[in-house]
Design a protein around this ligand. Structure first.
Ligand SMILES: Nc1ncnc2c1ncn2[C@@H]1O[C@H](COP(=O)(O)OP(=O)(O)OP(=O)(O)O)[C@@H](O)[C@H]1O
Ligand SMILES: [Mg+2]
Length: 226
C-alpha cells in the first residue's frame, strides 16, 4: 500500500462571494522513499496541496490516507500530533527564529516533543555535523549565508526524524551551486528511505526527482516518471 493516498481531494477557502476552489479532484499516491516534485504556475494550488499533505490544513473534500489511516476526519489536535510525528517542513525563507542561535533553532522541535536535554544535544550535534554547520551552532541566522541557513532549516526539519520531508521552494533563495548542494542532501535522504515532496519552479530541481506532478488551476494536469 502507498504511504500517501489522496482520493478526490478538494479545498475550498472562504464562503459566499469570497469562496475559492483552490484544489479539486486531486488523486495522488506517493510511495515510501520516493522523491516527488510538484510544479505549476503561481496560484495553482501547490502550497495549499503541500499544507494538506503535511497536516497543516484539512481538505474540504475527499479522503487522505497516510500509512493506510484516514486523516480526512481528524480534529485539529490529533492532526497536529500526526504532523509532529510524521513530517518535517522546509519553507522558502527558512522561517528560522532570528533571536535564537543555530543550535536553538535546530533543537526547537525536539523541545516541543519533550525530548530530554542530553538526547537533544546528541541529535543536534549529529545533524549539524552531517549538514556541515557544526562550526555555526553559536551563530544567529543573520550571521549565516543563505545556503547555510537552508542547511539549518533542513537540520531542524530532520530533528524529529520524520518519515516525510515537505519542502516549499527549498532552493528558491539560493544560487545554483548552493541549490545543487541542497538537492544533493535531499537525494541522500531519499536513498536512506525518507519520502520527499518538493514544490519547485526550477526544472533542474524537478529533474532530480523520480516523478513530477504538475498542478494547474487546482487540479493535477500531469504526473510523469522521469
Ligand atoms: N488561506 C487562504 N485563504 C484564502 N485563499 C487562499 C488561502 N491560501 C491560498 N489561497 C488561494 O488559493 C489559491 C492557491 O494558492 P497557493 O498558495 O496554493 O498557490 P501556489 O501554487 O503555492 O502559488 P505560488 O507558486 O505563488 O506559491 C490562490 O488563488 C490563493 O489566493
Ligand atoms: Mg506557494
Amino acid at each position: 500500500m502507498s504511504l500517501i493516498i489522496m482520493k478526490n481531494i478538494g479545498k475550498v477557502f472562504g464562503h459566499g462571494d469570497s469562496k475559492l476552489q483552490a484544489l479539486s479532484n486531486i488523486n495522488i499516491n506517493i510511495e515510501k522513499g520516493e522523491m516527488v516534485a510538484i510544479m505549476g504556475p503561481s496560484g495553482s494550488g501547490k502550497s495549499s496541496l503541500l499544507n494538506i499533505l503535511g497536516c497543516m490544513d484539512n481538505s474540504t473534500e475527499g479522503k487522505y490516507y497516510l500509512e493506510g489511516k484516514d486523516l480526512s476526519t481528524l480534529k485539529s489536535r490529533k492532526l497536529a500530533k500526526v504532523r509532529n510525528q510524521m513530517f518535517g517542513f522546509i519553507v522558502q525563507h527558512f522561517a528560522l527564529l532570528d533571536d535564537y542561535d543555530v543550535y536553538e533553532n535546530i533543537a526547537l522541535p525536539l523541545e516541543y516533543a519533550g525530548v530530554r536535554k542530553r538526547f537533544r544535544n546528541e541529535i543536534v550535534l549529529n545533524l549539524a555535523n552531517e549538514l556541515g554547520i557544526a562550526q555555526k551552532l553559536k551563530r544567529k541566522p543573520r550571521e549565516l549565508s543563505g545556503g547555510q541557513n537552508q542547511r539549518v532549516a533542513i537540520a531542524r526539519a530532520l530533528a524529529n526524524n520524520p518519515e516525510i520531508i515537505l519542502a516549499d521552494e527549498p532552493t528558491g533563495a539560493l544560487d545554483k551551486k548552493t541549490g545543487e548542494e541542497v538537492m544533493g542532501i535531499f537525494e541522500e535522504l531519499s536513498r536512506n528511505g525518507k519520502t520527499i515532496v518538493i514544490v519547485t519552479h526550477d526544472e533542474n530541481v524537478a529533474k532530480k526527482c523520480k516523478r513530477i506532478i504538475k498542478i494547474e488551476d487546482g487540479s493535477v494536469a500531469m504526473s510523469k516518471e522521469e
